[in-house]
Design a protein around this ligand. Structure first.
Ligand code: SAM
Length: 285
């Protein structure tokens, strides 16, 4: 069941009963979040000035992050390719029914996607192409999609919009193994941007081959995260120390990229429990 909500900037979003979370930050605003947490930190405007840009949209959802990138490319008159994935096609259909206000002219993209469906590698894909802008959305479970396409798109993407629900409810898309696969598909110097500031997420990104930095705070006090492939990790001293030493930095793990979310959460809690437990000497021998 999904409910409509109006966010702080007047743009609409939905609330997911399954995950118990809205699809966008209500306090930041849905379209503002796309711009401030994804488009700007990934340097999309600067990249478009130099030429064509390829974006991986992790969790297409209502399509707002992709739409913001398409809008940027449309005004810059530069080529853009976005590859996204989403497990629930109904969300895309529901998005079209919302009042997008001044972004409404960009609904052509979702309508175009839903009109051009193909089967590729066992997945349903939605496709849009007008010569300069190309968008392909795989409908399916994210880890299965990434496993299927990671070789074909090795070192391909300039930017990644990483926007699942929060790690506590959607842990399968925040693991070391998942970020490692994503890292393989990004160019050196490519940027992954995500709203999460959590320690296990930053640690997983760091282990996966990204340099981690703090991003902006939009609609809340905590800052987001910007991860640069092959870059240096630069965090305030206190955060750096926590990243290196705190047991709470233990990342989510999913060795074969197919464990159920509850197992991924419990595996991490179990590790933290063991690391926090001092065993009496007689237990060790
Ligand atoms: C926070 S919303 C994304 C919002 C979106 N970026 C936008 O701009 O509208 C998260 C989305 O991830 C999808 N999702 C969650 N877990 C997934 C998974 N394992 N594989 C694929 N999609 C998933 C949900 O269906 C939901 O649409």
């Amino acid at each position: 069941m999904i409910k409509k909500i109006t966010t702080a900037d007047g743009s609409p979003t939905l609330f997911s009963d399954e995950y118990g979370e809205p699809y966008h930050s209500v306090t930041a605003g849905a379209f503002r979040e796309a711009e401030e947490k994804f488009i700007k930190p990934c340097g999309i405007y600067e990249r478009l000035e130099k030429g064509s840009v390829a974006v991986l949209d992790v969790c297409f959802g209502l399509g707002f992050n992709t739409i913001a990138a398409v809008k940027a490319a449309f005004y810059a008159r530069r080529p853009l390719f976005v590859l996204g994935f989403e497990k629930d096609i109904e969300v895309i259909k529901a998005s079209i029914e919302l009042n997008w206000g001044k972004m409404s002219p960009f609904k052509f993209l979702l309508r175009g996607l839903l009109k051009n469906c193909l089967i590729e590698g066992g997945f349903l894909t939605l496709n849009y192409s007008d010569g300069r802008i190309g968008v392909k959305v795989f409908i399916g479970e994210g880890r299965r999609v990434v496993k299927a396409i990671s070789d074909r798109y090795r070192g391909f993407f300039d930017a990644v919009f990483h926007d699942p629900f929060s790690p506590g409810v959607n842990p399968e898309l925040w693991t070391f193994e998942f970020f490692n696969k994503i890292c393989g598909m990004v160019k050196k110097g490519g940027i992954l941007s995500t709203y999460s500031s959590s320690l296990p997420v930053r640690k997983a990104l760091y282990m996966a081959g990204f340099g981690v930095r703090e991003g902006v705070a939009v609609g809340r006090r905590r800052k987001s995260t910007v991860a640069v492939k092959g870059g240096r990790t630069v965090l305030p001293d206190k955060l750096m120390e926590k990243l290196e030493k705190s047991v709470f930095a233990v990342p989510y793990r999913d060795p074969f990229l197919n464990d159920p979310p509850a197992l991924i959460k419990n595996r991490r809690s179990g590790c933290i429990f063991l690391l926090n437990t001092e065993y009496p000497v007689e237990c060790i021998y």
